[in-house]
Design a protein around this ligand. Structure first.
Ligand code: GAP
Length: 484
């Protein structure tokens, strides 16, 4: 976090006004890193496949979308307040109180095999004062209530704040924008099942307990894809996507030692999911308990035909239309088999911000130089590095060297993100670029004026090589793996 702030990746938002709990702004290097992550995902997900289309749907959608998707009724967290310290807490994050442990000991004395855990639901545990606040330890907590996580707003200048006809939400997932466009994309692009629709964009959730830097925020960005398949094919395709996604994170340079699969147990599944496997990253390596080191980076869900059916006017229950507001039927007619069905949906859904956090954490390394000084090196994958090359003049008081360095930088600029820097001694300039993950530094020196060659220094090995200025662009492109 301190490197992120110091070097312009991520700043606490609204800092000059005391901040805004868990909101973050991406600085000059952070925005490049986010863009590179999104571009890498888009290329892998959309451009390199034949069965994919992309869209960019609206953040504010017709309220009916959230009614029929189930979010109005079920997208909520169980919440309690601590009467002692006034903390607002998610009920599933409460701890067992002293009273609970006393009752448990007593129960075990009477019936050695009787464990109380899991016998009562959360409200019953609260009634008995068997839960406590993780912040102050008090068992004086309010009753359980449900808190919908969608941000509300009103549409139109004349709308009153509580006018239900003007009520709208900021989307809590990008997925619904894809489902409601399923027919538009399928017909305009003449797609046959199986195919997918991908989208990257902001989502908003009024999280009860945001925190851990950019891990959980109220405004965040998602990279989601909905893959439509024939019912019956869903389980096989789901497993394929689980494996593809795991491999994608490895191509970003993330160590597989810090990635794992997590099969969501039935009680954790979202209302629409038949099976969900998360990819976890070791976001909390400092925690002693190994199990608590991991948390979700991405979820890959089998959403069945829940969403397309829910948004269709057609399906009926006991002769009555389930969806009275939709004007379309989102079922699919399979020309080959002459069957009509609601496609099943496999959904890989990742967070941009969590991917950025994982990439930063994984790339962070420290190295000691010949003088015994500790240096930070951000070993970012070249595709993700905010700056690909820094051009540094060895003597900034020599106009010919400075001019040549500027010319070299200008030459590289259209092909890759290049910067010029002469604001310190060469050792300091190298160290700065190592710290922000720049794969190569190019040094222009006195000799360059005679032999028209420059020195290329590698971030990871600190090895140096002399390269002709005229061949530099091709040389760097090859070493960075940038396609022409
Ligand atoms: N459409 C399915 C869906 O939204 P999710 O597991 O709730 O599934 C997908 O979200 C991904 O979005 C998560 O794996 C995580 O990377 C990211 N995400 C979710 N809530 C977030 C938050 N409050 N802050 C940052 N990222 C979040």
């Amino acid at each position: 976090m301190s490197l992120s702030k110091r070097r312009g990746f991520v700043f606490p938002s609204s800092e000059i006004y005391g901040g805004l709990g868990s909101a973050w702004d991406y600085g000059p290097l952070g925005v490049e890193l986010c863009n590179n992550v999104k571009q890498a995902w888009w290329r892998w997900m959309v451009h390199e496949r034949d069965d994919m289309e992309g869209i960019d749907s609206s953040i504010i959608l017709n309220r009916s979308v959230w009614k029929y998707s189930g979010h109005e009724d079920t997208f909520s967290d169980p919440l309690v307040d601590c009467k002692e310290c006034n903390s607002r807490l998610r009920a599933d994050k409460l701890e067992l109180s002293k009273r609970f442990h006393q009752a448990q000991d007593e129960a075990l004395r009477q019936h050695p095999l009787r464990s109380l855990a899991g016998t009562y639901d959360t409200q019953a545990l609260l009634d008995r004062k068997w839960l406590s606040c993780p912040n102050c330890g008090s068992d004086s907590l309010t009753n359980l209530r449900s808190f919908n996580l969608m941000f509300r707003t009103t549409i139109g200048a004349a709308a009153e704040d509580d006018d239900p006809t003007a009520l709208a939400y900021l989307r809590p997932e990008t997925a619904q924008g894809i489902f409601i466009n399923f027919l538009n994309v399928q017909t305009t692009m003449r797609r046959k099942i199986p195919f997918g629709i991908a989208q990257i964009g902001k989502s908003f959730r009024n999280e009860v307990t945001p925190g851990n830097f950019i891990f959980r925020t109220r405004e965040f960005e998602q990279m989601e894809m909905e893959y439509f398949v024939r019912p019956g094919e869903d389980e096989r395709v789901h497993q394929e996507w689980i494996d593809y996604c795991f491999d994608w994170f490895k191509t970003l340079g993330i160590s597989p030692d810090n990635l794992r699969f997590y099969e969501q147990p039935k009680e954790e599944l979202a209302h629409y999911a038949k099976r969900t496997v998360d990819i976890h990253y070791r976001f909390f390596p400092e925690r002693e308990d190994e199990e608590r080191q991991w948390d979700e980076l991405m979820g890959i869900a089998n959403r069945t035909d829940f969403d397309l059916k829910a948004h269709s006017k057609k399906p009926e229950k006991e002769g009555e239309r389930i969806n009275k507001d939709s004007t379309e039927d989102l079922s699919y007619f399979d020309e080959a088999t002459k069957e009509r069905y609601y496609p099943y949906v496999i959904e890989p859904a990742a967070g941009v911000n969590r991917t950025v956090l994982a990439v930063l954490m994984d790339a962070y390394t420290e190295k000691v130089n010949d003088k015994g000084e500790k240096r930070v090196i951000l070993r970012l994958h070249p595709e993700l590095a905010p700056i690909k090359v820094a051009v540094l003049p060895l003597a900034k008081n020599k106009p010919e060297i400075v001019a040549l360095a500027h010319a070299v930088k200008k030459e590289l600029q259209p092909a890759m993100r290049a910067v010029y820097d002469d604001t310190g001694g060469i050792g300091k300039l190298y160290a700065r670029q190592d710290e922000i993950g720049t794969p190569f530094c190019v040094t222009v020196d006195h000799q360059s004026l005679e032999d028209e060659a420059v020195t290329v220094r590698d971030r990871d090995t600190w090895g140096q090589e002399r390269v002709k200025a005229a061949e530099l662009q091709e040389y760097l492109k090859k070493r960075l793996g940038i396609a022409c």
